[in-house]
Ligand binder design. Sequence first.
Ligand code: SAM
Length: 232
Amino acid sequence: LYVDQALGEEQTVPLTREQAHYLFGVMRLEEGAVLSLINGADGEWDAQVVKAGKKGGVLLCSAQTNPQQNPPDLWFLFAPIRKERTAFIVEKAVEMGAARICPVQTDFTQSANRIRQDKLQAHAVEAAEQCGGTFVPPVDDLVKLDRILKDWPPERQLMFCDEVLIGDPVALPDMHGPWAILIGPEGGFSPAERDRLRALAFAHPVSLGPRILRADTAAVAALTVWQQALGD
Ligand code: SAM
């Protein structure tokens, strides 16, 4: 369970009404039960139910079961697509170890593809809980691609997944250190966008293979290329 507070020896954790409903109503846990907690910063902790109620409850931390593991420094930039598929992309970015998730508005991003940052952040929390991660990447609000590129930290390399580069995935330089992945929308990148991206010293145009992938497939493919390149 993800809790939004510090975790530590003998730390008590008051539960919200929703958390109490989930633990005691849905999961039917009772006093004395032990569960795992994460908060995204203090690693994973065992905690015991010391008070169980309909409207709330209290857990008591006992021992840290996993140290905090922060992911490698990857920013995952993607143009939002249809709602449920955007949620899928966020979940995969969490499972595959992104450190930051940045929805970006590109020229061909469909205006209908609005995002709810709070809902996407909740998907990220759920994905971290599900995959046993101790880190929950922040999901930014939607920002224009050019805006995020304007103040780009020069040491960060960008894997620019360019759908026109059909062919063998090109070899990438060493991917340890600060990196980012960029995936376009259903309509791909505009020619003007492509020219601007290719002119960036830190951008590495990359093919993800000989076929045009759906944006959510491309997200998983690009994250896999990155993870394999890390070899960790
Ligand atoms: N409308 C575009 C077209 O038909 O050419 C396809 C865009 S694709 C659905 C969405 C995004 O996935 C692309 O902008 C790109 O970032 C990524 N992508 C899909 N296939 C790719 C490939 N073979 N190589 C590199 N990137 C790819």
